[in-house]
Design a protein around this ligand. Sequence first.
Ligand SMILES: *Cc1c(COP(=O)(O)O)cnc(C)c1O
Length: 407
Amino acid sequence: MIKINENYLKLTSSYLFAEIARRVEAFRQQNPQKEIIRLGIGDVTKPLPRACVDAFRKGVDEMGEEGAFRGYGPEQGYGFLREQIARCDFQARKADISADEVFVSDGAKCDTGNIQELFAGDIVVAVPDPVYPVYVDTNVMAGRTEKSVDGRYGGLVYLEGTPANGFVPAPPNQRVDLIYLCYPNNPTGATATREQLKAWVDYARAEKALILFDAAYESFISDPSIPHSIYEIEGARDVAIEFRSFSKTAGFTGARCAFTVVPKSCVAYAGDGTAHAIHGLWNRRHTTKFNGVSYPVQRAAEAVYLGDGPSQVREIINCYMANAKLIKDKMSSLGYSCTGGVNAPYIWIECKSDSWKFFDMLLNDAGVVCTPGAGFGRCGEGFIRISAFNSRENVEKALSKIEEAVK
Ligand SMILES: *Cc1c(COP(=O)(O)O)cnc(C)c1O
């Protein structure tokens, strides 16, 4: 008899974005003439930068040419891309990372989900609340939790983000072994200072713990004092893995390219106390279960670093961040307290009511789709997330409709 992994039965079924889609569809059917503006799901709206499209196309052409054609590439990614990443994203910021510590992949979602299989089943896992749900659900699937009670899984340690700590929780007063951090944060848009990250690195070193640092939104940082990488913090190389993605940075949500940095000095421990380099384990997993990102896509990603690429990327990010400022300024002027929107494309808004109620109000009275904070965890209740990923025109229209609706 084929048996299931019963951990899957622990997963709470109402998936946030499915429920949003259901409510939006119901509204659409009842109000077919009303316009709906989506500031909900975290997907980009602008097309790939020109430089990436040109490199992508050139890569495709090469694949059709005798002599230039490429079959299986290195699972870890082509050297041309890994070297640009190490140089431009890390060494240029005085973060000591080399090309062979960079693993190119088809997504930071898969990498953050897959990495936990390297670690034992009985470790203590800490996740932020509010949280990017992938961190939680993949650990539930792996059997590291008990069942969910009132929206929280037994066995997980929840790092609470609240207005009191500016949505940047400090290390806990208990021992945890694996820590998920995401800065700039999805959904709150909060960023961590150098001192705050240093506290986590010190904690991880003292506890022999490991930090999984999701920096998918680092390119939205404009404040020069905010670190882009955890490796800008002294000592982080021994206790942190970093996830990056071209998805939000350069519009690769559909094209798919990301990377994970596993420093060679980063270790985890066997039951007998011996230290093992995580680099070797991840390399083993990556080469066994993954066959690399397609050549044209890696050429397109490389273009982010070359010639006109950086300025084209910057221009797109500036457009989104101009939207973010409009949203933040308007919602603040309407009396809502807002986090994010300065170094991140998300604005986290205290809605002074039940977050699904506020969602329904925005949908019904303004035709605007946001994301209710409750979908990101218990600490998200009372908040909504508005995303800056849309056209300027739509953002302006949405804000004037929101203004009318809440007045
Ligand atoms: C969008 C996002 C990612 C990127 O996922 P990809 O699989 O690379 O598209 C990673 N982490 C967070 C928190 C995100 O919001």
